[in-house]
Design a protein around this ligand. Structure first.
Ligand SMILES: Cc1cc2nc3c(=O)[nH]c(=O)nc-3n(C[C@H](O)[C@H](O)[C@H](O)COP(=O)(O)O)c2cc1C
Ligand SMILES: CC(C)CC(=O)C(=O)O
Length: 410
């Protein structure tokens, strides 16, 4: 395995922060706001990032780190780095090649990809681009089961390894810029996975802007608060599948839905849940026979005021006690963040927005750059901390530092 290298890949962009800054100039306001914002005041989004600064690394020395292996096994595949691409919706907004570009980059870099139910590319097209690299289908389990059943069956056929059921979305978080911008998918893009279910499945719903007449196929149930909790009696969604009308499902429950999903998916695909943030729910997840957990707060886009994912991780790891894998996402912007998450007990880390910034910068090449930057940083961090294999990264490599500078061992 290669030793770390400091050779730059792109002199314009040496860090994820620089990638974010470049991407900022390449996206229109609607897209930039939709991708970047968090719910409400955005404090959970910020804390997802700042939580990493509460930990410092305890490097060990004189350990012969001339050969470092940052790879991990996931879904029977050797992932080149302990990082995967988290599912994020509507990637064609960032670049015309959208999810296809992401899949090609993942294939080249040997990195697993999560595909959103609300992608702008079909899961079959993504599978085609991915080759042997494992794909995971992120699932919003709809109240209209038949749509979900069809999607699951297509994912099985296309060789997806798992579904990640998103469970932090009984209602949509309140994203104020999205509301103010009256966010909608331009009509030349499609919510591709449902286009065949519903020829009017363009994302035209949601925040009505008084121009209904110009819209291609107005959904039957669309309002500026669709998907949000407005305190009124709920009407289950019918009609065109749009994210404002269908993504949120407040009826999901442990007993009925996990059993149903396992029956639909297994044995071809594993069932994971994405969006667990407490030890209690982690224990229930194990009890209900899921294959793995992603500790996530949806990148701070759902419940603002929720704990940063890095802060929620230790209680989940403790509750799971090694019985199933625990992954984490949210706020990962540096190789040292990845190292810290692994040291706190995560088996794997997923990244969301940095990939979108890579896409916006240069399509496939930009996503590769994003993964290279983080991969190089992970390798260098491992070497400088005195670790040559991911399995050896444990909490003995971390200390926690409080606001007054007091350092405590974990
Ligand atoms: C623009 C955007 C769209 C997203 N779409 C989805 C989605 O469709 N399904 C889902 O489960 N999570 C979705 N997420 C959440 C990500 O999967 C992931 O949890 C989050 O982005 C991780 O935080 P990070 O962006 O700080 O890395 C989305 C996140 C963003 C930023
Ligand atoms: C289809 C959506 C609800 C996408 C999403 O999860 C998000 O925007 O955070």
């Amino acid at each position: 395995m290669a030793a770390p290298s400091n050779d730059p890949h792109d002199l314009n962009c040496l860090t994820i922060a620089e990638l974010e800054a470049i991407a900022h100039t390449r996206m229109d306001k609607q897209t930039r706001d939709y991708y970047n914002e968090g719910a409400d005041s955005g404090s959970t989004l910020k804390e997802n990032l700042s939580a990493y600064a509460k930990y410092r690394i305890r490097p060990r020395v004189l350990r012969d780190v001339s050969s470092i292996d940052p790879s991990v096994d996931i879904f029977g595949h050797t992932n080149s780095i302990p990082i995967g691409v988290a599912p994020t919706a509507m990637q064609c907004l960032a670049h015309s090649d959208g999810e296809k570009a992401t899949a090609r980059a993942c294939r080249k870099m040997g990195v697993a990809m999560g595909l959103s139910s609300f992608a702008t590319t079909t899961l079959e097209e993504v599978a085609e681009e991915s080759g042997e690299v494992p794909n995971v289908l992120q699932l919003y389990l709809f109240e209209e089961r038949e749509h979900s059943r069809k999607l699951i069956s297509r994912a099985k056929k296309a060789g997806f390894k798992a579904v990640f059921l998103t469970v932090d979305t009984p209602f949509l978080g309140r994203r104020n810029m999205e509301i103010r911008n009256q966010f909608k998918l331009p009509p030349h893009f499609k919510i591709a996975n449902f286009a065949e279910d519903d020829s009017a499945a363009q994302e035209v719903a949601g925040h009505t802007g008084g121009d209904e007449a110009k819209r291609p196929s107005p959904p039957k149930r669309a309002s500026s608060t669709a998907g949000y909790h407005d305190g009124k009696a709920r009407v289950p969604p019918t009609g065109p599948i749009t994210f404002h009308s269908h993504a949120a499902n407040p009826t999901l429950s442990w007993d009925r839905d996990i059993a149903w999903l396992k029956k639909e998916c297994e044995p071809e695909m594993q069932v994971w849940i994405k969006g667990v943030a407490t030890g209690e729910d982690a224990a229930l997840a194990v009890q209900h026979g899921v294959h793995g957990i992603v500790v996530s707060n949806h990148g701070g886009r759902q419940l603002n005021g929720a704990l940063a994912t890095l802060d929620a991780l230790p209680e989940v790891v403790e509750a799971v006690a090694g019985r199933i894998p625990v992954h984490v996402d949210g706020g990962v912007r540096h190789g040292t963040d990845v190292f810290k998450a692994l040291a706190l007990g995560a088996d794997f880390v997923w990244i969301g927005r940095p990939v979108l910034w890579g896409l916006a910068y240069k399509g496939q090449e930009g996503v590769e750059l994003c993964l290279r930057l983080l991969g190089d940083e992970v390798r260098l961090c491992m070497g400088l901390a005195g670790v040559t294999s991911v399995k050896d990264i444990g909490k003995e490599y971390l200390v926690k530092i409080d606001k007054s500078g007091f350092v405590s061992k974990l």
